[in-house]
Design a protein around this ligand. Sequence first.
Ligand code: 8YV
Length: 320
Amino acid sequence: MTAPVVVVRHAIFPDVLEELRRHAEVLDNQSGTALDGDALAAALARAHALIVPAHEPVDAAVLTAAPALRIVANIGVGYDNVDLPACFARGVMVTNTPGVLDDTTADLAFALLLGAARRMAEGDAFVRAGRWETGARFPMGLDVHHQTLGIVGLGRIGRCIARRAAGFEMTVVYHNRHRLAPAEEATVGASYRDFDELLATSDFIVAQLPLTPATRLRFGAAEFARMKRTAVFVNTGRGGVVDDAALAAALRTGRIAAAGLDVFEDEPRVHPELRLLPNVVLAPHIGSATLPTRHAMVRRAADNVIAALAGQDPPDRVQG
Ligand code: 8YV
């Protein structure tokens, strides 16, 4: 019996590749550039499984080019890059990599929160430009300790952020589509607020939302107008939940104080105004970007593929 074929478009950890090779023929691509054009078409034509990073579109065209496909394994917890209805219509399973990146992403959320509040990027630029030596004064930052943190999207990553906030003796409030049970709220140490109240009363607001039709552009001019003028906004979920032009305007006009952003509406392009503003810390979607975490994500994606090719239900199957 011929071995199933797994297509991996980007370079992955060699040990995971070896593990995959024990179960399938792997059309891998350890070069620095993505498999593309005719090479990709030839590979997809034979593919039973496809492993992709969470920023790579898997749409009807990709699925049509892969008639034997059984599973799309996303390297990421988010899967807004995958056309789920098109996959499910073809009986193609979709998996993600939940859990293994929660703490790493929460660390970055807090780094952006602290960096924006204490003007780290500006301070770094101020020192590098030699302005400190000239006796120039550096503006004051904002306290994080003992302030109120509002988390919009208290999922696994949101809860890790709440735990970190406890270390800063912050008051944590949250807003979710579905309120947690009182016991869970007590465990997480967060109390529920409706959306507008959270926006109006929080000193720090972290958006930790997946991108869905319900969350798209959830934060626009009206939402920023409800926030405190001293508010700091952080987004480590998906860029599409924020109107970047409205955010830039709110930061430029002092409607809110600062922001820390790891994700953007039209990644990797960043709204030109955001790039010019001093009171925003910008990161290139590195929430999960540590070696141990990325290795765990790729390993998880491979495990999902190995299970599916063995006829088992993959551990991280996305339900339709
Ligand atoms: C990406 C992420 O996977 O997990 C997610 O949903 O957004 C990230 O971890 C990573 O940036 C690779 O694209």
